[in-house]
Design a binder for this molecule. Structure first.
Ligand code: SF4
Length: 530
């Protein structure tokens, strides 16, 4: 009898042989290419050929992730930790430490840059890098590979951006073709919004503009047309803004799409001219409003001028084809549902294409923690640390607001019901109308995800009918939405309102969206900035 044959292991995708240094993270989705890992890799100096990047996703089982990491036979593992992957990273590090006590694990990222002593993950890791680790990580690896001791906590500090090697060459052809590619002309933010980790930054630092534009040019030459800027406040420096917009104006083509985050009350005339020169659908602005209430804004150290925001959003809607992605936050200290509703209706009236309704999070290290006692703030102890209730919004109401946020995302921000929603929201406060709808949907389905399109259409139809909308009008709007998004054949309840031709359509190509398909927000962020 022949001896048993040892099973052959399958190398993980992208395996390039043994590597001394494995740089890894769990991305929220495949589409988000990790910008941070590429910076670390680019700045490894002579160690770069001994390192590899391993991008995993949050749907992965911890054991499978450990198998992939160890397959590279690393001598150092570096893990990027964010609010969306903190729990999974802890499970992975627990397994790594059980299997390989000799293998140093270095962690870094916003989630482990604060409250280090309170985190089991930090206690387990050999080295915790606080702050920007672009240069510190290389030093740590040099020492670890040489068998030298490294402090448990290493402060990355704020590297001089002129000394950093830019990471853009590390975006692969697949990244450029299939994923969100991040770029940054600056780091930091001069503002102090209490819910945001950028409030801890020591001002704004800018990359050398010539080098940055050369890197953008190289990406463009390689075929990239979809650029996502992660600068906290892109329109802070008007001169720089004009130069970057000018770069893209010289390269206009129908495939170009550029995303920026803006502060909403700063849009001088000289900038407006540049913005207005772009064809519709080329630019997307993410604009954080968060609250329209002056007292709440002051409480969280958010300085903005609501009248100026209204004027600028109105100008953008009337004079440009910019896709406006705006943000509001539920659960700010002292803001009750009525105040939030007033702000929502005020923003809705300005007509942005998207209103992202975010739920406040108490990110580790964010100054918002100082309001906890005074304003009755209760947060989930687990990532992403969403607010559970406040002195102004009790738990049950907060749950209703979370349903509102999820159904708003599903029905409004996707653009799937652009004919039907105006009917459902007409005749009163859009907030109140949609709140009633989201509560009806919550009661009917008991959840806000995984609802079959046909059942959702049926629910919208019945809700609209109960609200007194003329059935032929409602039916025609739903048919238009289903035809636009290719969700066919039409359900039976809509067939009486369909033309003969529409009844026969079994398949349709979705109509092009207004402008470019929107980019997903927060690929690199933990909480609505801007
Ligand atoms: S929310 Fe925006 S403006 Fe405020 S600190 Fe954060 S990045 Fe800066």
């Amino acid at each position: 009898m022949s001896p048993p044959v040892a099973p052959r292991c399958t190398p993980p995708p992208g395996y390039q042989g043994a590597m001394d240094i494995v740089l890894a993270t769990f991305n929220a989705k495949y589409i988000h290419a990790s910008f941070g890992l590429r910076y670390l890799h680019a700045n490894l100096g002579e160690l770069q050929p001994r390192a590899t990047i391993v991008e995993l996703d949050t749907g992965m089982a911890p054991l499978d992730a450990v198998e992939v990491l160890l397959a590279h036979e690393p001598r150092v593992i570096g893990l990027g930790v964010y609010v969306w992957n903190a729990t999974l990273t802890l499970a992975v590090v627990e397994l790594l430490k059980a299997l390989r006590t000799d293998l140093p694990v270095v962690i870094g990222g916003p989630e482990v840059s604060h409250e280090v002593d309170a985190q089991p993950l930090c206690a387990l890791a050999d080295v915790v890098v606080i702050g920007e680790g672009d240069l510190a990580f290389a030093d740590i690896c040099r020492k670890l590979l040489a068998g030298e001791a490294v402090e448990h906590v290493v402060r990355g500090g704020l590297p001089d951006l002129a000394t950093l090697k830019l990471p853009y060459d590390l975006y692969t052809a697949e990244d450029l073709a299939q994923r969100v590619v991040y770029v940054e002309a600056s780091r930091g933010c001069p503002f102090l919004c209490a819910f945001c980790l950028s409030a801890l930054d020591a001002g704004v630092r800018r990359f050398d503009e010539d080098a940055f534009l050369a890197a953008l040019g190289a990406l463009h030459d390689r075929g990239l047309r979809n650029f996502k800027f992660v600068d906290r406040t892109f329109n802070l420096s008007v001169a720089s803004c004009k130069r970057i917009l000018g770069f893209f104006l010289e390269r206009l083509d129908p495939a170009l799409f550029v995303h920026f985050e803006l502060i909403p009350d700063r849009l001088p005339a000289e900038l407006k001219g540049f913005i207005a020169a772009f064809p519709p659908g080329t630019l997307q602005f993410e604009i954080g409003i968060q609250t329209f209430d002056a007292e709440v804004a002051a409480r969280i150290d958010r300085r903005h001028v609501p009248a100026q925001i209204e004027a600028n959003l109105t100008w953008l809607r009337e004079n440009t084809g910019v896709h406006l992605h705006t943000d509001l936050i539920v659960g700010l200290p002292g803001e009750d549902v009525a105040l939030f509703a007033a702000g929502f209706d005020r923003l809705f009236a300005l007509g942005p294409q998207e209103i992202q309704v975010g739920i406040l999070k108490r990110l580790r290290g964010a100054p918002i923690a100082r309001h906890t006692d005074a304003w009755g703030m209760v947060y989930s102890p687990r990532p992403p640390y969403e607010v559970l209730q406040t002195g102004a919004i009790p738990f049950a109401s907060m749950q209703a607001m979370k349903r509102f946020a999820r159904f708003w995302g599903l029905l409004a921000n996707t653009g799937h019901y652009r004919h039907t929603l105006p009917l459902l929201l007409a005749g009163g406060s859009p907030f109140a109308r949609f709140f009633a709808l989201s509560e009806a949907l919550g009661a009917r389905f008991g959840r806000s995800h995984g609802i079959a399109s046909g059942r959702l259409v049926e629910a919208l139809y019945e809700h609209g009918a109960a609200e007194g909308i003329a059935l032929p009008t409602l039916g025609r709007a739903l048919i238009a939405d289903l035809l636009n998004t290719g969700r066919l054949p039409l359900p039976d309840l809509l067939r009486p309102y369909a033309t003969e031709e529409e009844r026969l359509i079994r398949k349709a190509r979705p109509a092009p969206r207004e402008g470019h398909a929107r980019q997903e927000a927060h690929g690199t962020r933990a909480q609505v900035p801007g």
